[in-house]
Design a protein around this ligand. Structure first.
Ligand code: USQ
Length: 383
């Protein structure tokens, strides 16, 4: 297949590009380094330095013999996107080209505006470019489990049957998020759904939970091929942050009560899920929504597991409940379903103690690069 990966320099985009190339697909990775730029501006650089996309692609080819083609450009620029779609004629486009940080989107007016402009314009351009230049192309879009929020009822995969005044119909599940970033993902889904039902596009929208890990078969070939592993409060997710905090001897920063439950998955399972979606395209006019996580646990359970494994390794791991900088329920019902990807063949890698130990060992190799000033939250939802 010809697979276009938008956001190919990202935490998920780069491992995805290598994975598809190693499976024998023609891969074109596109990125404008937005995340690198914002990370620099907010003093949020990754734990492991990563060469730019072109250099990583060269290193990958040297190590594996597989090629990832690279184009540096902005997905919010429609002329650029048109050229890419016309020339490459993708059969699948994996759309990761979004500002991915909830805290960044909540920093202030400019950051919120940049998040809305980037995420919605990139999605709109993907839709238009597919519609005009590659109408058979299957759009595999990265959404987020956060689109659903934490409702007091079970969460299905995207759709709900509603009975009202004696009649019933199927609708997108009501969604209410906890940040502006997450809200852009809801708007993406609404845009996609409009174009799917009106213009017969083929779309899979993946509702993904927080991802953890930095080891994949291709990333392990060379240090330069590592995914971007952030541990700061803006780009670092809870798991990756807690791992670094455990190594640095800083108490794990559980926000508030720590009863916030999320659906997590290993980076290797993201690769499997995206491949399963690409290998099983939907029919024209279908919007398939799949919940992409393998297990759910609370922030407290996560912190306790990392503490226990860290202490067994001789680290001295403390947990500290700090004031929650976010506005979110800290003790709530959470019962999503995730059977769609399992039915397509997903074989989950769970967060076992061995997996946690492997990640801690990897972080220990870079211990001297940890900057403790990047650990405490700098962005508050209510400021
Ligand atoms: N949390 C802590 N301590 C920390 C960091 C986070 O207790 O030091 C808590 C947060 O308050 C939240 C939970 O851990 O309740 C998850 O936070 P996170 O930072 O790991 O994840 P989040 O901000 O929700 O965003 C991440 C990715 C985003 C993706 C999302 C999936 O950055 O791109 O869409 O995970 S989901 O969480 O399902 O919406």
């Amino acid at each position: 297949m010809r697979i276009l990966v938008l956001g190919g320099d990202g935490y998920l985009g780069w491992p995805t590009s290598m994975h598809f190339a190693a499976e024998g697909h023609d891969v074109l990775a596109v990125d404008n380094y937005l995340r690198r730029t914002i990370a620099q501006q907010t003093d949020s650089e990754a734990l492991i330095p990563t060469p730019n996309l072109k250099k990583r692609a060269e290193r990958f080819e040297a190590e594996s013999g597989y090629e990832v083609d690279v184009e540096i450009g902005d997905c919010t620029n429609y002329r650029f996107m048109e050229r890419i779609f016309k020339e490459f004629q993708p059969e699948t486009v994996v759309h990761y080209a979004e500002q991915p940080s909830a805290p960044y989107s909540m920093m202030g007016f400019e950051e919120g505006k940049k998040t809305i402009n980037n995420n919605l314009n990139a999605t709109f351009n993907v839709i238009q470019a597919v519609k005009e230049h590659a109408p058979d192309c299957h759009i595999v879009k990265l959404g987020t489990m956060g689109e659903y929020g934490t409702p007091d009822i079970d969460i299905p995969e995207g759709w709900i049957e509603i009975e009202h005044n004696g009649r019933s119909d199927e609708f997108l599940f009501p969604r209410q998020t906890g940040s502006l970033y997450h809200t852009t993902k809801i708007m993406d889904t609404d845009l996609l759904w409009y174009y799917v039902r009106t213009f017969d596009l083929k779309v899979t929208d993946l509702m993904q939970g927080p991802v953890y890990g930095l080891s994949t078969p291709q990333a392990d070939l060379h240090e330069d091929l590592s995914p971007n592993f952030h541990y700061d409060d803006i780009f670092g997710t809870a798991v990756n942050r807690f791992l670094v905090q455990a190594v640095a001897g800083v108490p794990l920063t559980v926000y508030g009560e720590g009863g916030q439950i999320r659906g997590y998955l290993n980076l290797n399972d993201t690769l499997q899920c995206v491949e399963l979606a690409a290998d099983n395209p939907v029919e024209p006019g279908d919007l398939r929504i799949l919940n992409q996580y393998t297990e759910t646990f609370s922030v407290n359970e996560l912190a306790e597991q990392i503490q226990s494994v860290g202490n067994d390794m001789g680290l001295d791991v403390d947990i500290q409940h700090i004031d929650n900088p976010r506005d979110e329920p800290e003790d709530h019902y959470y019962n999503p379903t995730n059977t769609g990807l399992l039915e397509l063949g997903l074989e989950p890698h769970y967060m076992t103690d061995e997996v946690v130990e492997g990640m801690l060992e990897r972080v220990l190799e870079h211990e001297e690069r940890i900057d403790e000033d990047k650990i405490l939250p700098r962005v508050s939802w209510n400021d």
